[in-house]
Design a protein around this ligand. Structure first.
Ligand code: GTP
Ligand code: MG
Length: 218
């Protein structure tokens, strides 16, 4: 049967609200990327040291947002989605050294307009599979026509070694659709340990080389 005018109107509103939601999450990424690049440039300027290797960001695609809504058995309601799904906007920052990851997180979260919703320290407390990263759910005001609107963003901060491991693990999981053979799981957990060792040794080397130099910690 033909959709009623009400149904059509509701669908239009839903579609409009969802595209506005995704747009707001693009804005929060812009805000945070600006903050991060200011910190990066200023570190470079003041300490001749750049704690950040690279940065990637993404807004969840409508499809993967819907997948997550279904997986979590949430209603297709804009306010529920907005508050329950905190990784619609995502930024991943890769640093050279472990100390840098904490330092970058600290510099971000100490800003007045950044509200920390949640921090998960998987570096201090790795996941059972060996996954390491700092995760922060941050809320930053986006200045819309209607005024400042808080929008959340998931920021993942990790070292190059952690990132290398996580991207391989992700690919393997994807390839086996979650049913990864035990042998590979074991191998992955072992390589996570090798990656941690690399991080520790690189950090020691770095500290040795910069020992006694002013500003080497920043
Ligand atoms: P979702 O996994 O997003 O539903 O949220 P959660 O509540 O489990 O949050 P968590 O902080 O554990 O993970 C959020 C994100 O971190 C994931 O979407 C991945 O991008 C990344 N992540 C978490 N665990 C792993 C892991 O074991 N391997 C890899 N490669 N990435 C992970
Ligand atoms: Mg998860």
């Amino acid at each position: 049967t033909a959709p009623t005018p009400d149904q059509v109107a509701n669908l239009r509103t839903l579609r409009h609200d969802f595209s506005h939601l995704l747009m707001r999450h693009r804005f929060v990424i812009d805000e945070l990327l600006t903050k991060i690049s200011i910190l990066r440039e200023e570190s470079e300027h003041t300490h001749s040291y750049n704690p950040i290797e690279h940065i990637v960001s993404r807004v969840k695609s409508p499809r993967s947002l819907l997948e997550k809504v279904n997986r979590r058995q949430l209603p297709l309601d804009i306010d529920v989605v907005r508050t329950e799904i905190t990784d619609i906007a995502g930024i991943r920052i890769t640093c050279s050294f472990i100390a840098d990851t904490y330092h970058v997180l600290d510099m971000l979260t100490s800003q007045d307009d950044v509200r920390v919703v949640e921090i998960k320290d998987y570096i201090a407390n790795p996941k059972p599979n060996g996954y390491k990263s700092l995760h922060a759910i941050l809320e930053v005001p986006v200045f819309l026509r209607s005024g400042p609107t808080p929008v959340t963003c998931e920021v993942q901060i990790r070292t190059i070694a952690m990132d290398f491991w996580a991207s391989l693990e992700h690919k393997i999981n994807y390839k086996f659709a979650g049913e990864v053979p035990d042998r590979l799981l074991e191998e992955l957990t072992q390589t996570a340990e090798v990656a941690s060792q690399l991080d520790r040794r690189m950090e020691q080397l770095h500290a040795e080389v910069h020992d006694g130099e002013p500003d080497s910690s920043a």
